[in-house]
Design a protein around this ligand. Structure first.
Ligand code: ZN
Ligand code: ZN
Length: 97
């Protein structure tokens, strides 16, 4: 997967998730006005800490998981699981082409 710019990264990740949280597998909580399932894009390694704005560092998650990823006591464990989801996704998409 090659480097993509921010908007493309979010778009790709959301498209891949198909309305299901990549962390807890819950369906998106609602559908937005433009008809897409609402999920949020989270960078597992924060951009502010030098994380890359690539699909290998971004997950599409429900709002609960997104808040947890930032504020939960076990945020480190959540980040590890999210990184694991990304590895599976990278493997899957690389083997599809
Ligand atoms: Zn979730
Ligand atoms: Zn985030």
């Amino acid at each position: 997967m090659s480097f993509k710019r921010s908007a493309e990264v979010a778009e790709w990740v959301l498209k891949y998730a198909k309305g299901v949280c990549e962390h807890c597998s819950a369906p998106a909580p609602f559908v937005t006005k433009d008809g897409t399932a609402y999920l949020e894009v989270h960078h597992v390694k924060p951009l502010a800490e030098g994380g890359a704005d690539t699909v290998e560092n971004a997950v599409a998650v429900c709002p609960n998981c997104h808040r947890a990823a930032h504020y939960a006591r076990d945020a480190v464990d959540i980040a590890k699981k999210m990184a694991e989801s990304i590895r599976r996704r990278v493997y899957f998409t690389d083997n599809q082409q």
